[in-house]
Design a protein around this ligand. Structure first.
Ligand code: OKP
Ligand code: ZN
Length: 335
């Protein structure tokens, strides 16, 4: 399968994240990609499609913030990565304050996503990988893979969070629509709910968002991903959340997946974008499902049976030593 990755995606290197009350080494590090790159053959660097495809998803204020936040942090006399520590309560008026700490709160929703010197570069080139994989599919590939890093599904049009800064899946979907696709489905099979992707398309009837994930009653991101979130306005019914309990293994996973695949089939999409996270793996250090490496092939085969042109974007997966094998097993289901 054609696979896209740009070496500048390694630039993002935040040191620590807040995890269960302590600052620990950041789980989303370049070693993840190094393990995958050592497993996959024939990686292609993406073309540079520029900022316009990114602007179809993210607001200019947010993009300006992302590009300058770390520099502003340094200019404020700080060292290391930019961490926010104060957030506006939902509904609080959006004051245009110029202080870096205020903007870190304004444009994020959690404390797990520090902005490092290389964050913009990595996010930009990760998004270009997603655009390139989508273009390969538009050009006739049955499926293509964007090895995105950092991941994207937690960030919305104007907020970062959950290790995510640019929403690669949403950027891929908008690129496909700009190229003439009319109805696009997104299947998010990361362990965590893709709250950012859901938010971006929540009121859209032409983009179906289906997610199989850990129940947000027990798991991050808590405030999205509940089964009663079904879209609004023109998007009513075009969001389908299938939360599962901790400990879920292949059998129960496939039952939920089949429900999601049925909905995608009924929707009549002309392109599919898969947000693939390998953090559903039993050995994942921050997640609690029980899938095995060999399970990813039949899971992907079921998705491939939809028989839709498919752009696959990488999301999470933190069991680094097994990540390449898990990705390869998933991609094998499309061959
Ligand atoms: C990103 B992706 C738990 C902290 C949770 C955020 C997890 C982001 C996962 N103590 N931190 O969906 O794989
Ligand atoms: Zn995840």
């Amino acid at each position: 399968m054609r696979t896209f990755f740009d070496p500048r995606q390694h630039d993002h290197a935040p040191a620590v994240e807040l995890h269960n009350g302590a600052y620990v080494p950041h789980a989303e590090h370049r070693g993840r990609m190094e393990n995958v790159l050592a497993t996959l053959q024939q990686i292609e660097a993406p073309a540079d499609a520029g900022i316009e495809p990114i602007r179809r998803v993210h607001g200019d204020d947010y993009l300006a913030f992302l590009q300058t936040a770390h520099q502003r942090w340094v200019e404020a006399g700080r060292i290391g990565d930019a961490h926010g520590y104060a957030w506006p309560v939902v509904g609080r008026r959006p004051l245009k304050l110029n202080r870096i700490d205020a903007d870190l709160g304004q444009f994020s929703f959690d404390a797990s996503s520090p902005i490092a010197a290389g964050t913009w570069s990595s996010s930009y080139w990760g998004a270009q990988s997603a655009i390139a994989a989508t273009q390969a599919v538009l050009d006739g590939e049955r499926a293509a893979f964007a090895l995105c890093r950092p991941p994207g599904h937690h960030c919305g049009a104007d907020y970062l969070g959950g290790y995510c800064f640019l929403n690669n899946a949403a950027i891929a979907v908008e690129a496909a629509i700009a190229a003439g696709k009319r109805r696009v489905a997104i299947l998010d099979v990361d362990y965590h709910h893709g709250n950012g992707t859901q938010d971006i398309f929540y009121e859209r009837g032409d983009v179906l968002f289906v997610s199989v994930h850990a129940d947000p009653v027990t798991d991050y991101p808590f405030f999205w991903g509940h089964a009663d979130e079904r879209g609004e306005g023109a998007g009513e019914g075009a969001t389908l959340n299938l939360p599962l309990p901790r400990g879920t293994g292949l059998e129960a996973y496939r039952a939920a997946l089949d429900t999601g695949l049925q909905a995608i089939g009924d929707f009549g999409a002309d392109l599919l974008c898969v947000s693939f996270g390998a953090d559903t793996f039993a050995g994942d250090p921050i997640s609690q499902f029980a899938l095995q490496t060999a399970d990813y092939t039949p899971i992907a085969r079921s998705i491939a049976q939809l028989d839709l042109p498919t752009a696959i974007v990488m999301e999470g997966g933190y069991a680094v030593d097994a990540l390449g094998a898990n990705v390869a097993a998933f991609l094998a289901g499309f061959e």
